[in-house]
Design a binder for this molecule. Structure first.
Ligand SMILES: [Zn+2]
Length: 505
């Protein structure tokens, strides 16, 4: 219901930069208070049906203070920093990736990081810049803690970052990957169900791990969302415990009472149906696993019936198409040599990925594949899931589903989901799946902002919003090439030369 209302508002708020008419009312006075000005720029904002040319933009204290038609701007030529000449450029909201994992370095275990402090530190310093380099001024880490967020935010510059608490069922996915007993300390928001099968480990109090208690703790820790999981396993694991519907319904109820949306890790027909039945807000992942007998790209009637419910309920849907392509890229010899990778990660880290030590995750996958050509075997195995996820994304895009741009970077301890670059690749996967540049632009800006309840702060170019903005050479509603060579990334009113954010300059 709430989602339906949002969609109608989308239409009604087309007035958008009609704010221009009123803008003089919002202008800030003294020149001394102005910290950024962009003149004669074309504004492209997702709530407005048309680009607005020749606008003067004033940013004050990190927020958009005024948007004025240049011809009517009486405030020009003030003291202070010279304005940015926006002629020929497009000003758009900074992009939002609603699915990242920022705790580690892609492809490196904690032990490996300790063994290679030199380039590990350089990588940690570069990763936030790489997200910014590709235009991502806001990130949502779907599985984090206040401690990890504090560490991430020591970097400068660093995208605005928010986090969800991970409400995993005890010993279920993804806790199963952490050794016991550390997993209980590493997952402070784990869920315990009444009458669970196994005895509880020492120190885990069921009262502190009810849906209500977990949501209350996340909320007071500063989380803006709840992430939960329905995953029986993959890659040889297939009997992980999954939550009961009543557990996730209680989690959704508690989260909504606290103002937090709920995301469900769900990549199978069973899991997405579970998410639709329990009323979660966002399904994280494309529909990879369903009718195993389908041909690549075929949407069977049972899959279509799930997708039709996705459209009808307006549940948020993150295709995360690049995840499986990233697995294939582990077996692509050209991947580490691609010069674009050197724009987002330090050269010595890339070199290390090519060593036997750095290839550990690739080799772990290869161990379960025919030795003669593991890459070809993997591609054969992934052809149906990849084809289904792409076809489902195109099907949903044509029917006005609520697609949300999230990359799941990195989706595994893999080097083939690099920060920032992974989003650029994901954008192209969406194009290939039949999503329009305009839909991608909306999904990565206002769509994500609304779904994560951040739309009062970010997601559009409007007076009062945080000045997270991009200056582009093309209109991103016309072409995604607009994101290729960003001119300036503006983060909280601070203009960053995009080229200077790249690695290995
Ligand atoms: Zn994820």
């Amino acid at each position: 219901m709430r989602h339906g209302d949002d969609r109608r508002r989308y239409g009604l708020r087309f007035a958008a930069l009609s704010g221009l008419v009123l803008a003089s009312a919002f202008q800030v006075g003294p020149a001394a208070g102005q910290d950024l000005r962009i003149e004669h720029v074309t504004v492209v904002s997702p709530e407005s049906p048309r680009a607005v040319p020749d606008v003067n933009v004033t940013v004050h204290d990190g927020r958009i203070a005024a948007l004025v038609p240049a011809a009517k701007d009486a405030s020009a030529r003030r003291l202070g920093t010279p304005p940015i000449d926006g002629r020929g450029l497009y000003l758009v909201p900074g992009l939002i990736d609603s699915h990242v994992h920022l705790g580690g370095i892609p492809g490196m275990t904690d032990e490996q990081e300790r063994a290679h402090p030199d380039f590990a530190q350089a990588a940690r310093a570069q990763i936030p810049r790489s997200y910014l380099y590709f235009g991502f001024t806001t990130l949502i880490d779907l599985l984090s803690t206040p401690e990890e967020m504090a560490r991430w935010k020591t970097h400068d510059p660093v995208p605005d970052t928010y986090f969800c608490g991970g409400a995993a069922l005890i010993d279920g996915y993804p806790m199963n990957y952490l050794p016991k007993p550390q997993r209980y300390a590493r997952m402070p928001y784990l869920l315990v169900e009444p009458q669970g099968a196994a005895p509880l480990p020492p120190g885990v109090d069921p009262v502190a791990h009810s849906p209500q208690a977990v949501v209350a703790r996340m909320k007071s820790d500063g989380a803006i969302c709840v992430k939960t999981f329905f995953e029986r396993g993959f890659g040889g694991v297939h009997d992980l415990p999954v939550p009961k519907p009543e557990t996730v319904r209680a989690l959704v109820q508690a989260a909504h009472a606290a103002g937090l949306p709920v995301l469900l890790h769900a990549n199978s027909a069973e899991a997405q149906t579970f998410g639709l039945d329990t009323g979660v807000d966002i399904l994280a992942h494309g529909l990879w696993n369903a009718d195993e007998t389908a041909a690549p790209g075929e949407l069977t009637p049972s899959v279509k019936s799930i997708l039709d419910r996705v459209v009808a309920t307006q549940v948020g849907w993150q295709p995360t198409l690049q995840v499986l392509h990233g697995l294939e890229d582990l077996f692509n010899r050209g991947f580490l040599a691609d010069p674009v990778l050197a724009r987002v990660l330090p050269r010595n880290l890339i070199d290390w990925y090519g060593t036997p030590e750095g290839r550990w995750f690739r080799d772990t996958l290869a161990a379960d594949l025919p030795a003669a050509d593991p890459g070809a075997a993997l591609r054969r195995g992934l052809a149906v899931p990849i084809g289904r996820a792409a076809a489902a994304t195109g099907y949903l895009a044509k029917r006005g589903a609520r697609l949300l741009f999230g990359t799941d970077t990195p989706s595994a301890p893999t080097y083939a989901n690099p920060p920032g670059l992974n989003a650029w690749l994901e954008i192209h996967r969406w194009i290939d799946a039949g999503v329009t540049p305009e839909q991608i632009f909306a999904a990565a800006t206002l769509g994500n902002a609304r779904a994560l309840r951040l739309d009062r702060e970010i997601g559009t170019v409007e007076v009062g919003k945080r000045a997270n903005l991009l200056l582009l050479r093309a209109d991103p509603r016309q072409t995604v090439q607009a994101y290729a060579e960003i001119v300036e990334v503006i983060l909280g009113g601070r203009a960053l030369d995009a080229a200077a954010l790249a690695a290995n300059r």
